[in-house]
Every structure is written in C-alpha cells, then in structure tokens.
Unconditional design. Sequence first.
Length: 295
Amino acid sequence: MDRHVEAFLEMLAAERGAARNTLAAYQADLEDAAGFASRKAGETPGAMSAETLRRYVTGLTDAGLSPRTAARRLSALRQFHRFLAREGVRTDDPTEALDSPRKPALLPRPLREAEVEALIAAAGRLPERRAPLAVAVCELLYCSGLRASELVELPAAALRADSPLVAVRGKGGKERLVPVSARAREAVQAARAGAPEGSRWLFPSRGASGHLTRQTLNNLLREAALAAGIDPERVSPHVLRHSFASHLLGRGADLRSLQVLLGHADIATTQIYTQVLEERLRALVEEHHPLARGG
C-alpha cells in the first residue's frame, strides 16, 4: 500500500474512529484510483493530476458503475487530497474542479404498517428454536431503526429491563441513545432465555465473532417474510429501518428528531424522507382546507 494512503487511513482510524469496514472501503477506492493513475499516466497516489482524476471519474460511469458508487469513490479522493494538502504533501487539491456524479433520488420503499405486523406475527410461527430470535430482531429493528451492524453488535449490557433506552454505537464510533418499546424488550428477553451465562453479546452465536451475523439476520427476515406471504426481496434490515423512519414521519415526527434517532451526522441524509413529509402535508391540506374540498 502507498505510504500516503496508509497515512490517510491511519488518520481516519485515530482521529475519526473509522470502523474496520469503513477503512477497507476507503483503501479499496483509493487503490482503484491509484491503479488507474499508474497505468494511464504513470502517476503515484500523492501526485495524481486533475486531468487524470477527471478521466478516472468519467470512466467509472462509462464502465457501468452507479452514480452512487462513483460519488462515493470521488468522496474518498476528495478527503484523501484534503489530507495531503493539510499535511503539506501537496500545495493544490486536484479534486476541487471535479463535478460529483449526479445521484438519482432514492426514495424509501417501506413496508406498510400492516405488513410489518404480519411479518412479526409470521416470525413467531417459525420453527421453535428460531421463532424467538426472529421475533426479537424484527421487533428491535422496526421499533428502533437500528442498522444491521448496530443490532448484531449490541453488547448484552445494552438492554436493561428497567430502562427504555439503549446505548448504540453507530458509524464512526459515535454513541446515541435509542428508545426501545416494552414489547421489543420483552421479545429480546425471550430470545435470550437460553443464552449462555456471561455472554458478551445481546444476541450471542457460536461463530467466530461470538455474535449474530448479518447473514443469519438476513436469513431470519427472509424466512419471516416467506411465512408472512411477503416478497422476501422487499424485506431486509435496511427496509425495516426505512419503515421505522417513514412511519414515524407519517405520524407526525419531525426531521430533526428523526436525524437523532437514525444517527445521521448530517440532516441532509435524513431529508431523503422529505417526500413522506410532503405527502402528509398535502393530505392534511386536502382534508382540512376549505377551498380544497371537492376540488
């Protein structure tokens, strides 16, 4: 690995507390760009020109990568070159003149409230050994909006019978408090009835990590979806997180509160749910404004 890339990754880990998966993603993105610069222009990562980077970013779209993926790689390059400038390795930032690829507006496709209830009920009908765990993860994902990685890595001490709040370590190691319903807490306690004494994790496993894996989590949701008669392609931890947010917003929650609950660093990320808010406001006007009736 190039020494400048290595120094950048060390900074991310030390100063920003970047997780291992995040560091791996940055490394892969930067090494891909560095490989292009070396092949096409004989340039090293610390000396990539603006023209080389422009050709690289344009080539990502031409190669069929989604605008979202291309934008993520450009973001990695921007942060890397800002780091080089700050460290005095470069006097310029060649990414300043680059335009970000246009990302399509991705709107959430949540389950309906009735579908979520059907999913949880179906989870309870799975084979006896899997049903309590399936119910617990469905309840917890939907009532809290946790990411899959956050749920599987919850420590055993995170959930207490006498507290409605759970401390969650999110992206970048940042902690937030998330309310958890009594119903979800009861489901988790039922799932842990046979857990080994002294287990470190809320959802322990015999695997190498010691906790429930994301693959097992996805499998549980898939089985519950099939049992509920819902297309399993429509059900995932991310979809339940979207459903949590969309249903809260539809029932009156505001974007700022939603940002805190979801653990978004920037409210711009939360604004993907603005359409849900717009639909609710439009329905409110159509129902209550005197000139809107019958129109």
